[in-house]
Design a protein around this ligand. Structure first.
Ligand SMILES: [Fe+2]
Ligand SMILES: [Fe+2]
Length: 373
């Protein structure tokens, strides 16, 4: 006899199968859930292509020792425990598929922070498990949503130190923990959960502003101190290393002090997460690019938007994947980068080094292809 099921029942059955598949997440199970996520995207009319991530390319000048290359990023997945929300899990799987589908493969993938939503060990474990399926090497960065339940214990156990640097094809890369907050919890007698929930709130007057802080600034000075001034430097930070909008912590309190440390280098780019939107800035010779989220897009703040920003359209509220994606970064021979925003159901948008260094007069990005809703 033919079995009739309602849309809701079908959905719950698929969801159960999907979550069951995640439990083991060996290679075969991963492929199964990835394919399920892709099929869901296709069924919803969303264009699925292997470029749904942002790329950043690093390029070099004639005298530079940089061999141009590309890396990719995935950022701000905000995973809840799987019983609470599987949508963000699907979206992260989609991003992993996109990056794995890149041809040629990127040299590495940066994860831009906020892997978890409330810093819970189950959330971080789930994220670590999914990111194991990324084929290129992954460099991890921490976000405030990963940190404020246990102040980094679980994150460090999974991924190692949060502040570090590495060299790749002539470029010096630095990864910072830029979401340090002053202790607002002890005097208030807050539990770790209360502390985490406070930091996770967007418009929250209790918490302090993010900062890199003096110990890390000293480390940065030491780390960069040995480098000649013509070494291209790319800094990864979770919060923007400038001041955009204070009430939402789209802000780093000691940004100017960090910029001062970077100032002596001729080719410096900062790539950050946290703001969940296309964002471009230039301060002195430092270029800044914000990364897309795989979870949700934030609206633009009511003031403080950097003028070089090419705004993405207001996402379609009926399409949960709109305004999301990943990216690639093309590193040029002079060490500066072209950032490509691979929005999931729109054409990719490239924000080039030339556009930023010419203050917007040359090589402007192609306008977005779909109207706002
Ligand atoms: Fe985030
Ligand atoms: Fe964040």
């Amino acid at each position: 006899m033919r079995r009739h099921t309602s849309v809701e029942t079908k959905y719950h059955e698929e969801r159960d199968a999907f979550l069951k598949g995640l439990r083991g997440l060996d290679r075969r199970a991963f492929l199964k859930v990835s394919l399920a996520a892709a099929a869901a995207a296709a069924a919803s009319g969303v264009r699925f292509h292997p470029h749904s991530f942002q790329t950043v390319s690093v390029a070099g000048a004639a005298t530079s020792k940089v061999e141009p290359f590309t890396f990719a990023y995935i950022s701000d997945a905000h995973l809840y425990r799987r019983e609470l929300n599987d949508r963000f899990v699907r979206q992260l799987l989609r991003a992993v598929d996109d990056v794995n589908g890149l041809d040629p493969a990127p040299d590495f993938v940066l994860f831009g922070g906020d892997l978890a939503q409330l810093g819970a060990p189950e959330e971080l474990d789930l994220g670590a498990q999914i990111l194991k399926s990324v084929k290129p090497p992954v460099h991890m960065m921490v976000g405030e949503h990963d940190w404020y339940l246990d102040l980094g214990d679980k994150w460090r156990a999974l991924f190692g130190q949060e502040t570090y640097s590495f060299d790749h094809k002539g470029v010096h890369f630095v990864v910072l923990q830029s979401v340090v907050e002053k202790d607002f919890w002890t005097a208030r007698g807050m539990t770790p959960e209360e502390r985490m929930h406070t930091v996770a709130g967007l418009d929250n007057g209790i918490q302090s502003r993010f900062e890199v802080g003096e110990p890390q600034r000293e480390w940065l000075k030491q780390d960069l101190g040995k480098l000649p001034v013509d070494t291209p430097v790319v800094v990864f930070s979770h919060s923007p290393l400038y001041k955009y909008y204070r009430p939402w912590n789209f802000w780093t309190e000691d940004a100017e002090q960090v910029q001062a440390i970077l100032k002596r280098f001729a080719h410096v780019t900062v790539i950050h997460g946290h703001t969940h939107q296309m964002l471009t800035n230039r301060i002195g010779n430092i270029h800044f690019h914000g990364m897309l989220s795989t979870a949700w897009p934030w609206p633009y703040a009511p003031e403080g938007l950097p003028k070089l920003t090419i705004q993405m359209n207001r996402p379609d509220p009926f399409n949960p994947n709109d305004g999301l994606g990943t990216g690639t970064v093309d590193v040029q021979a002079n060490g500066m980068v072209d950032a490509v925003y691979n929005l999931w159901n729109r054409n990719p948008i490239q924000v080039s080094a030339t556009y930023v260094s010419s203050n917007g007069t040359q090589n402007p990005p192609a306008p977005a292809t779909l109207t706002s809703y």
